[in-house]
Design a protein around this ligand. Sequence first.
Ligand SMILES: C[S@@+](CC[C@H](N)C(=O)[O-])C[C@H]1O[C@@H](n2cnc3c(N)ncnc32)[C@H](O)[C@@H]1O
Length: 188
Amino acid sequence: MPTAPAPEPEVGPDEPWSLDIEYVPTPEVVVEKMLEAAAVGPDDLLIDLGCGDGRLLVAAAKRGAKARGYDLDPERIAEARANIEKAGVGDRVTVARRNIFDVDLSEATVVTLYLLPSINVKLIPQLEKLRPGARIISHDFDMEGVEYDDVWTVMAVHHRPPHGDREHYVYKYSTPLRKVSAPPRKRK
Ligand SMILES: C[S@@+](CC[C@H](N)C(=O)[O-])C[C@H]1O[C@@H](n2cnc3c(N)ncnc32)[C@H](O)[C@@H]1O
């Protein structure tokens, strides 16, 4: 009989922790565009780094994919677990309370990000370990030094602050990452 995968080690309740970015949820219309951009389907394992309330995970599972989410905030992990259960997708989705900089991404075919430009750049060494043909989809922020395949603009309306009604950006990258050299620094 196949054995169940071992549960991932999580940050302990007494360990000190701090967030690299506060929680801001991706509007549902942008979630759908992110999944469409990556053509997420039943053959995929999507990992959302900083998964918040799990909305990307649930939406990916509804397309038949497996999904895994990581967040450091225990409140977000509790919300994500409740949303996964409510959606009835617990057989395909897991979440763990872990630091995004400590996780192994090698099994993912799709990685989603809604972080910050500086965090995206810091994640490059982990993203470089993805298998060839994996897709990285970033909400609003690009990854300096890496060439993207495409970018879309999505208008999200009827949103309360902090989003309000505004244009959102969806960047798509694929592996192997195509590094672009920084412009030469000017000599003094
Ligand atoms: C802008 S929210 C995005 C939430 C979700 N991915 C979405 O698009 O709706 C960023 C999330 O990253 C989490 N986070 C921030 N720093 C983290 C870290 N170092 N490790 C794990 N999660 C982190 C926050 O708790 C928050 O839920």
